[in-house]
Design a protein around this ligand. Structure first.
Ligand code: AMP
Length: 319
């Protein structure tokens, strides 16, 4: 979706929320901070000394800082994260970094969409305070030799079963971003639900100062979760893609109605395959730990990953 297009934020309950207008949002941010925020152009920061200087300036004025990590190719889902960040802190830094460490050799690092100029324009329109856009050499200079290998939710046999090195790449880059930016809060989308749990665990385990906040999934009007990779879909694939969310919602309803987990998942898996997907997984897990369900009272999250054509899509809902 192009920046400026209608933003629909569909919650898990199926309610569609139109995102607040930019004007109102900026006003609210200024009110919340008790300051008349200058409409300064967000700095695009490329080097660590400038990042540190910017953070020191924010801190000198006792401003709280939020970080929104992204890989660019920004869409309305990312921009909703920025708006949430603006409500949770006085200053918002958005990072744009396509992290090579989280792509396997056969994945789409080389062709991952890069729309830097449009991203900067969208972030400036939202009055983002800083844009941290390091190069690969800045993040991983020659001689770089440390990797964080997360366990717990990172070993839940969901994404990790199909992308074995993915969460080590994510954990390493997120730890670096959190240490570099020293934010009070960092916003991650529930779209990448397992990643949200991995990052929450990481911040806790490493005693980082940052509170991790999850943000609801932003969807197209037909239910497809926004993703930078949706642009890879051909038009028949795009037409089939909302089946994922439809099946998630139906499965959640059936679970709430008391149907057995095993049969609900079997039906859901078959429906996803009938819609033209090659299924990686459809699972019902404990919503906090991502472990297999053990008790009737467990809070449940349904998570799916499936491929259509060359594109792999992921989605999830609460039950
Ligand atoms: P990415 O640039 O794909 O790495 O995503 C950056 C952040 O945006 C991650 O925290 C994602 O979970 C989040 N995100 C991506 N798509 C959506 C969406 N449709 N709704 C909410 N958050 C999203």
């Amino acid at each position: 979706m192009a920046p400026g297009a209608l933003i629909i934020n569909q919650t898990e309950t199926g309610r569609n929320i139109r995102a607040p207008s930019l004007r109102r949002n900026v006003h609210r941010t200024a009110m919340a901070t008790g300051s008349k925020k200058k409409a300064a152009r967000a700095r695009v920061i490329r080097a660590l000394p400038m990042l540190k200087k910017t953070i020191a300036e924010f801190r000198a004025r006792s401003r709280t800082i939020a970080l929104v990590p992204t890989m660019g190719a920004l869409h309305a889902g990312h921009l909703a994260l920025v708006r949430l960040a603006q409500r949770r802190a006085d200053r918002v830094i958005v990072s744009i970094f396509v992290n090579p460490a989280q792509f396997a050799p056969h994945e789409d690092l080389g062709t991952y969409p890069r729309t830097f100029a449009a991203d900067i324009a969208a972030l400036r329109a939202l009055k983002t305070d800083g844009i941290w856009a390091p190069s690969v050499a800045t993040m991983y200079p020659d001689g770089f030799a440390t990797r964080i290998v997360p366990e717990g939710p990172a070993k839940a046999r969901l994404e990790d079963a199909f992308r074995p090195d993915f969460f080590a790449g994510v954990a390493t880059v997120v730890a670096k971003l959190l240490i570099q930016c020293e934010p009070d809060v960092a916003i991650f989308g529930e779209k990448d639900y397992q990643q949200l749990k991995v990052v929450t665990q990481l911040a806790r385990d490493l005693n980082l100062r940052t509170r991790i906040i999850g943000a609801p999934i932003v969807r197209e009007p037909d239910g497809l979760a926004l993703s930078s990779r949706n642009r890879y879909l051909s038009s028949p694939e795009r037409a089939a893609a909302p089946a994922l969310y439809r099946v998630l919602k139906e499965s959640a309803e059936n679970l709430k109605a008391g149907h057995a987990v095993g049969s609900v998942l079997d039906e859901g898996r078959a429906a996803i395959e009938r819609a033209g997907f090659a299924l990686d997984y459809l699972e019902a897990r404990h919503a906090e730990t991502l472990a297999p369900l053990t008790a009737k009272a467990d809070p449940i999250r349904l998570l799916v990953a499936a491929r259509i054509g060359k594109t792999r899509l992921i989605d999830n809902v609460s039950v």
